[in-house]
Design a protein around this ligand. Structure first.
Ligand code: 8YV
Length: 313
């Protein structure tokens, strides 16, 4: 058994935890190990939400690589890793279907009021009269914020629902058959459902702000399967409270796992606990890929899925 020592920066799926423990000496981050232990750490492993900054890397003189079990890596200070010659890997592609499935499920849930109607039956309110009418999803106008791999998987599913699809991204994509809007406010103004699936980080912080929500309007719904940071959560709570948007379905939040009470109390939301990639099948595939990246590095082989910034130019 290898005595390679690694640091776990956040919770990872049980599949990955089991493999790591059978191959390596795994150190938890909380509490932080003693400096002599930190001096032997060769790799950091963490989930998509792990915060891995320069200050942490600076405590690890023997650090060689960072393997993220997640497609998003906005918590990693990639520039600091690159400056140290430390490559960062992530797990793209294998979760596209699950995240797109959950985006559709959330859109259908808030549009058709699934949790609310389930609650209605459970509370035996049906005997007093029918459930209020909900919002048709098939054929409605959908705006997708971010048309990367997952955004395209969402569009493919939405197309089967005969939705009229538009998107925004940094630039129009030549091979995408949907209408491009350069401005997210314009996109919000013309759609019924707005799905957010853009990377997190400083570049997209509060991209969905009060102005975008105003443009989405009293009949519009927001779905976020990206990162909590992309949406101005206070502005969203205000819009939902004042019914200046119709509803929101969220899988991600600013301060997970803490979800503001003001949000949890609202009737016009559907809230899931950052579970878009959370099926046994996909978390296993993500775990396998995160481990394979780590093992490739330790064997001196090419990394399978380095983050774009770390790919050979
Ligand atoms: C999970 C994610 O949070 O892939 C991502 O970016 O947000 C998720 O899949 C996590 O990384 C699972 O470990």
């Amino acid at each position: 058994m290898s005595q390679t020592e690694i640091l776990l920066a956040s919770r990872v799926p049980p599949f990955l935890m089991a493999s790591l423990e059978s191959h390596f000496v795994v150190h938890q981050r909380d509490p932080m190990p003693a400096p002599e232990v930190l001096a032997r750490i060769r790799a950091i492993v963490g989930g998509g939400e792990a915060k891995i900054d320069k200050a942490l890397m600076d405590q690890l003189p023997a650090l060689e690589m960072i393997s993220i079990c997640g497609v998003g890596y906005d918590g990693v200070e990639v520039a600091a890793a690159i400056a140290r010659g430390v490559p960062v890997t992530h797990t793209p592609e294998v979760l596209n279907d699950d995240v797109a499935d959950l985006a559709m499920a959330l859109m259908l849930s808030i549009g058709r009021q699934l949790p609310q109607s389930d609650q209605f039956v459970r509370a035996n309110q049906w005997v007093n009269g029918p459930f209020p009418l909900s919002r048709k999803v098939s054929g409605a106008k959908l705006g997708i914020v971010g048309i990367g791999r997952i955004g395209q998987a969402i569009a493919k599913r939405a197309a089967a629902f005969d939705m009229q699809i538009s998107y925004t991204a940094r630039s129009a994509k030549a091979d995408i058959p949907y209408a491009y809007e350069s401005d997210v406010v314009q996109l919000a103004a013309k759609v019924d459902f707005l799905i957010v699936i853009t990377p997190g980080g400083a570049g997209t912080r509060h991209l969905i702000n009060a102005q975008v929500l105003k443009a989405l309007g009293a009949d519009g719904y927001l779905i976020n399967v990206a990162r909590g940071s992309v949406v101005d959560e206070a502005a969203l709570i205000e819009a939902l409270h004042n019914k200046t948007i119709a509803g929101a379905a969220l899988d991600v939040y600013v301060d997970e796992p803490r979800v503001p009470e003001a949000l949890r109390q609202l009737p016009n939301v559907v809230l899931t606990p950052h579970m878009a990639s959370g099926t046994a099948q996909t978390r296993k595939a993500m775990s396998d890929l995160a481990l394979a990246n780590l093992q490739a590095h330790l064997a001196g082989q090419a990394l399978l899925t380095p983050v774009p910034e770390c790919r050979a130019r």
